[in-house]
Design a protein around this ligand. Structure first.
Ligand code: KG4
Ligand code: ZN
Length: 347
């Protein structure tokens, strides 16, 4: 089964063709990063207008690269949430239109489930069911989730951030450090050359009384990154540094360590009898996080599946992949769905 996937939940316009859930025939990603850089963040109106302009070309290219004609597509899948409402609308409406025109099923996909699936693309990767139950970490610009997957489409949310997402913490920290946008890659890069002995930043524990803010989840498995950002702000106020000086690298490294260490600590608290550790989302591109997750899996004696770099950030292959492995929301039910910007994941 060949699925055409469409992803427009934030600032990447993407289309892909995936065969039987795992075999990526094409994955075209058109990034809007340059467009939003001037504003230091994603401007929703610009993002949706840009999706509208680029999506038809991106879809054509995905079909071409997959050497796939319209008549060879068996289903059309698109993200319907979570994400920016106006951006989601562009991709999901396009998918509805294409599915109707082609007379093929429409599949509505949860973007967060797709980030988990992205870790299963690549040579020598197992099938989803082969590693269940597994522990999943989704770390992106908008989300930080700790999950347990029992089977296809069966997830339990164990913990999450109560304020900023890990990617957001990277982006805001980089902004304070004058490292530009997006901040994650900039902090990752500069930290690699840092001298040891940089400052220590807080590890974002959630107080027991914070149960309401954690949505009833175990506060020990939840994260708070807003205090970390404030700590950096005060540190820079009290210890001004010149842009581009070696101190910036060591502060960035200390800040990165706090973000990564917090994630690892929560993985340690939430992990039980899972057979595998799976991680996806833009922040899994981070070299320090990748190294620490590998160490963690080795210590636990479990298999690790990290999304390959091409599939960490937002992409449509992961959308088409999810649609190819299960019977998700499809048919008339999908057609009557509207986009859901705050769609939840992991019941
Ligand atoms: O998954 P993604 O592309 O979009 C969302 O669904 O949000 O994630 C984007 C996030 C941004 O916050 C970006 O700064 C972060 O991923 N990111 C990184 C790295 N590359 C991208 N964070 C840390 N280190 C990186 N190398
Ligand atoms: Zn994402």
């Amino acid at each position: 089964m060949r699925v055409l996937g469409i992803e427009t939940s934030c600032d990447e316009t993407s289309a892909a063709v995936v065969r039987d859930g795992y075999d990526v025939l094409s994955n075209v990603v058109s990034s809007q990063v340059d467009l939003h850089r001037t504003y230091g963040g994603v401007v929703p109106e610009l993002a949706s207008r840009n999706h509208l302009e680029n999506l038809p070309r991106v879809i054509q290219e995905a079909l071409q690269r997959a050497s796939c004609g319209w008549d060879e597509i068996d289903a059309v899948a698109a993200t319907y949430g979570p994400g920016l409402a106006s951006s989601l609308l562009v991709g999901f409406s396009m998918a509805k239109g294409l599915a109707l025109r082609l007379g093929k099923p429409l599949v509505a996909v949860n973007h967060l489930e797709a980030h988990v699936h992205s870790a299963f693309f690549g040579a020598q990767k197992p099938r989803f069911e082969e590693v269940c139950p597994f522990f999943a970490l989704v770390v992106s610009g908008g989300h930080t989730l700790f999950l347990r997957a029992e089977g296809l489409g069966q997830y339990r949310l164990l913990g999450q951030t109560i304020d900023d997402a890990a990617g957001e913490a990277f982006d805001k920290g980089a902004n304070l450090l004058g490292l530009g946008y997006p901040g994650g890659p900039a902090i990752d890069k500069i930290s690699r050359g840092a001298a040891p002995g940089g400052p220590e930043f807080p590890r974002g524990r959630v107080r027991k009384g914070g149960q309401a803010r954690s949505g009833g989840l175990d506060t020990d498995v939840c994260v708070s990154y807003s205090g970390l950002k404030t700590a950096l702000l005060y540190y820079l106020r009290d210890n001004p540094v010149a842009a581009g000086s070696p101190e910036v690298a060591s502060i960035a490294a200390g800040y990165q360590e706090a973000i990564v260490d917090t994630l690892l600590d929560r993985c340690g608290r939430a992990f039980t009898d899972e057979r595998c550790l799976v991680a996806g989302g833009g922040v899994t591109l981070n070299s320090r996080l990748r190294a620490r997750l590998k160490e963690f899996a080795e210590r636990q004696g479990v298999r690790i599946l990290l999304a390959e770099p091409a599939y960490c950030g937002d992409n449509a292959a992961m959308i088409a992949g999810v649609a190819g492995v299960g019977q998700w929301i499809r048919g008339d039910q999908a057609f009557s769905l509207d986009v859901d910007p705050s769609l939840r994941f992991g019941g």
